[in-house]
Write a protein that binds this ligand. Structure first.
Ligand SMILES: NC(=O)c1ccc[n+]([C@@H]2O[C@H](COP(=O)([O-])OP(=O)(O)OC[C@H]3O[C@@H](n4cnc5c(N)ncnc54)[C@H](O)[C@@H]3O)[C@@H](O)[C@H]2O)c1
Ligand SMILES: O=P(O)(O)OC[C@@H](O)[C@@H](O)[C@H](O)[C@H](O)CO
Length: 483
């Protein structure tokens, strides 16, 4: 695929974390905006592709940024060429990230770097024990003593790359900018803003060049978002499906569901595309929308992932047809709905979700969703479980999600987790179940009725394997590797 005569839109948006979701979501909204011709995206990969994975930025660059979005419903496929990405580069091209951020025409940075990519500690602040992040900070401190732009290159973490780019913008006097995290993290705007300010303060403390932190506070408007579109990893024959249906040769098509949702809160001081034209909603308070989505959709996904894998299911569509799991998901939805504002109509959202989960043509693999469970259970299940426990109620759906995560480790399922070292340590502790629960929240589970019910659940799910001392192979996820 190549661009023909139509000129590409000017580059005014920068994206970090060029994967499937960005192309199914933000790039698609941008291409459908009324003013799409004015807004081109320069997209950067994140970490180096894993062995066997496609190099998406390289493949997209060979196609002038064009790709096919396959919207897959129960009834069939719709194929659209998305043209909003005007340049694609590998993540390590920090010289280009800096150059684009230092350009006053760049108005917005979007991010889909995965939850682990933010490199947060359990308290929600930046993980200042992370060696890669510390190395990026040290580089930035040294760079503050020199005016050479090359000194601002070479960061390996996403926060380090963003911070270096913002420092380049500050030095260029290129003005304010909006930062739009589009990852499934509760309070993603506050987490990104707090993280960047804390990291900038670390740089300022050892640097010589003035205050990056106060520049950020005045010039970086961090948007909070709720993002929703189920976008599984593309199956190997998707390119062939596209070729047969459209005659086009596309090395990196994306498959997604027809449904899409984007809710944003915050100011865009240098402008933005008219995303509302494609259905985006700009609100004063995104938090209730975000909780609804993270609890009802992602929480149910986590429940299905661990309980479904334990029951030998492979995809979400298979797991939701299992009557026991479906009842558990419906139970979880009722538990979560009690803590959502009534005007968000959680019941209608859940009904629609059930249909989305049952779309068997979208092959969303439980193994993909199961990654990084220690953080996801903490963020997506525990807030509801705590609230239910405080109200003196049992919460069987939430309790099953926790028990299934523990049991999946105890049964030796090969799970990827960014906190893989901690999980492995917990698994080889004298009391692995206690240690795994303590990783999530010691106070919630130690000597409490909810803890007792979860332990019973683990015993039932682990069954015959209970005597085994070790969990399965736990691969470290993203934070354990250089980005
Ligand atoms: N896929 C979905 O259905 C969906 C829906 C809503 C939100 N999201 C959010 O988008 C994120 C990405 O999903 P995707 O489907 O595009 O995945 P993907 O694997 O296709 O792409 C992930 C991108 O993030 C980069 N990345 C991975 N780990 C990183 C790290 N530690 N540091 C920096 N960059 C890193 C990768 O290089 C890649 O560019 C999810 O983690 C989630 O937070 C996804
Ligand atoms: O992307 P994650 O790893 O946060 O969670 C896996 C899925 O639950 C998630 O990707 C959903 O499909 C998505 O959030 C739907 O909008």
């Amino acid at each position: 695929m190549r661009r023909d005569t139509a000129p590409a839109a000017p580059p005014r948006l920068v994206h970090l974390g060029l994967g499937a979701f960005h192309r199914a979501h933000q790039a698609w909204y941008t291409a459908r905006a009324d003013d799409a011709a004015e807004w081109g995206i320069v997209a950067f990969g994140g970490r180096a592709p894993r062995p066997g994975d496609l190099d998406v930025p390289a493949a997209l660059a060979r196609q002038d940024g064009l790709y096919t979005l396959v919207e897959r419903s129960e009834d069939g496929d719709a194929f659209t060429v998305v043209d909003s990405i005007v340049a694609a580069h590998p993540g390590p091209r920090t010289d280009l990230i800096n150059a684009h951020l230092a350009d006053p025409r760049t108005a917005v940075v979007t991010l889909t770097i995965t939850e682990a990519g933010y490199r947060l500690a359990p308290d929600g602040g930046p993980d200042l024990a992370d060696p890669a992040l510390l190395a990026d900070l040290a580089r930035l401190r040294e760079a503050s003593a020199v005016d050479d732009p090359a000194a601002l290159t070479g960061a390996t973490t996403a926060p380090g790359r963003l911070l270096a780019g913002l420092e380049a913008r500050r030095r260029a006097g290129a003005g304010p900018i909006a930062l739009v995290p589009c990852d499934n993290l509760p309070g993603n705007g506050a987490l990104l803003r707090g993280g960047l300010l804390a990291l900038a303060a670390e740089v300022d403390a050892g640097g010589h060049h003035g205050s990056l932190a106060s520049w950020l506070a005045d010039h970086a408007s961090v948007i909070s978002t709720s993002v929703d579109r189920i976008t599984p990893r593309a199956e190997p024959d998707l390119a062939e499906t596209v070729r047969r249906a459209t005659g086009r040769s596309d090395a990196v098509p994306v498959v997604t569901e027809p449904f899409s949702d984007w809710v944003l809160e915050g100011e865009f001081p240098a402008g933005r595309p008219a995303w509302e034209a494609a259905g985006a909603l700009v609100v004063d308070d995104v938090e209730p929308f975000e909780s609804r989505k993270l609890w009802l959709l992602n929480g149910a996904h986590s429940l299905l992932a661990y309980a479904g894998l334990l029951a030998d299911h492979v995809t979400v569509a298979q797991a939701i047809e299992d009557p026991t799991l479906r009842r558990a998901v419906e139970g979880w939805w009722s538990e979560a709905a009690r803590h959502l504002p009534a005007d968000l109509d959680a019941a209608a959202y859940s009904r629609a979700l059930l249909a989305r989960f049952r779309n068997h043509r979208v092959e969303h693999r439980l193994a993909q969703i199961s990654a990084d469970g220690s953080a996801k259970i903490r963020l997506r299940i525990l807030p509801v479980l705590r609230a239910e426990a405080d109200a003196g109620r049992a919460a069987p759906g939430a309790e099953l999600a926790v028990a299934a995560w523990v049991a999946a480790h105890r049964r030796g399922l090969p799970l990827v987790d960014a906190a893989g070292d901690d999980v492995a340590r917990a698994c080889s502790a004298a009391e692995p179940v206690e240690a795994l629960l303590a990783m999530l929240d010691p106070a919630l589970f130690a000597g409490t009725p909810v803890g007792a019910r979860v332990r019973d659940g683990v015993r039932r799910l682990v069954g015959a394997a209970e005597g085994s001392r070790h969990c399965g192979e736990i691969s470290p996820g993203a934070t354990a590797r250089p980005a």
